[in-house]
Design a protein around this ligand. Structure first.
Ligand code: NAP
Length: 256
């Protein structure tokens, strides 16, 4: 039987790109979504077109019980869990200056982007330890999709930046704790990627990219992130853990 990956938020955008790249790498995929069932079906179809299995599980990642249900459904369906990709995330509903932003927005963003993934990872990691001990999986791998916002300041969406910076520490913590169990934990920091999330600010980013914000002057695409996750999934980074890997067209470079 093939290896199995759960990709949170894989109905659209980067998550779909990751699901399809992992399917091309031979993984069976549990597609997760929050509201958009039709889009999740489309992702599952694209996965199956690559000759592997796809399951679909609705679960709001901000809710820890629903997160556990996502992992349980994966084990019921596929009998194993080799890779967890924490991808689902939201931007604040309103871009508000940090001198004015509301605590409700902070709570919503933090529970979806950080608290949910933190406890989902805890639950999945405990299962991976058990599955490894039982000889049902060879290696465990966990990937966390953070952002260049883990280090780049945007004062009109402070809660988003704080959630992503928190994911960096979460990566380090779980990487350290899980190494002895043969489970790697790495963070991918996407730059500006063309998805629904960035659709509202497309003109602004078109301009910034044309002006050279990234040394590689183009939008990132979901499969740019998918390929990086596939490299981890295929074992090409098995001596790497706790790393923050930029997939950002060079955005992170400090330049004169
Ligand atoms: P997107 O186009 O808005 O897609 C978001 C995906 O996450 C959808 O599949 C959505 O499901 C799912 N989702 C949202 N809230 C969820 C929840 N509570 N529980 C389960 N699933 C949920 O976003 P994206 O641009 O692909 O971003 C994906 C990740 O990459 C996010 O963590 C984002 O912060 C990060 N990122 C994006 C960029 C970028 O430029 N786009 C850059 C850096 C980092 P439904 O379809 O059901 O709504």
């Amino acid at each position: 039987m093939g290896q199995t990956a759960v990709v949170t938020g894989s109905s659209r955008g980067i998550g779909r790109g990751i699901a399809v790249s992992l399917a091309e790498a031979g993984y069976d995929i549990m597609v997760n979504y929050s509201r958009n069932e039709d889009a999740a079906e489309d992702t599952a179809r694209e996965v199956r077109d690559r000759g592997v299995e796809a399951g679909i599980c609705q679960a709001d990642i901000a809710d820890t019980d629903q997160g556990r249900r996502l992992i349980d459904s994966t084990l019921d369906r596929f009998g194993r869990l080799d890779l967890l990709v924490n991808n689902a995330g939201i931007a604040p509903r309103v871009r508000a200056d940090i001198l004015e932003a509301e605590s409700e927005s902070y709570d919503e963003v933090m529970s979806t982007n950080l608290r949910g993934p933190y406890f989902l990872t805890q639950y999945a990691a405990n299962w991976m330890i058990e599955l490894k001990a039982a000889g049902k999986i060879d290696k465990g791998r966990i990937v966390i999709i953070s952002s260049i916002s883990a280090f780049a300041v945007s004062t009109s969406r402070g809660e988003y930046c704080v959630s992503k910076a928190g994911l960096s520490m979460m990566t380090a913590l779980f990487a350290d704790r899980l190494a002895e169990h043969g489970i790697t934990v790495n963070e991918i920091q996407p730059g500006i990627i063309q998805t629904d999330m960035t659709g509202q600010v497309k003109e602004k980013y078109d301009r910034l990219i044309a002006d050279g914000l990234n040394p590689i002057r183009r939008w990132g695409q979901p499969d740019d992130i998918g390929k990086a996750v596939a490299a981890i999934a295929l074992g090409y980074l098995d001596f790497t853990t706790g790393a923050a890997i930029p997939v950002d067209g060079g955005f992170h470079l400090k330049r004169f």
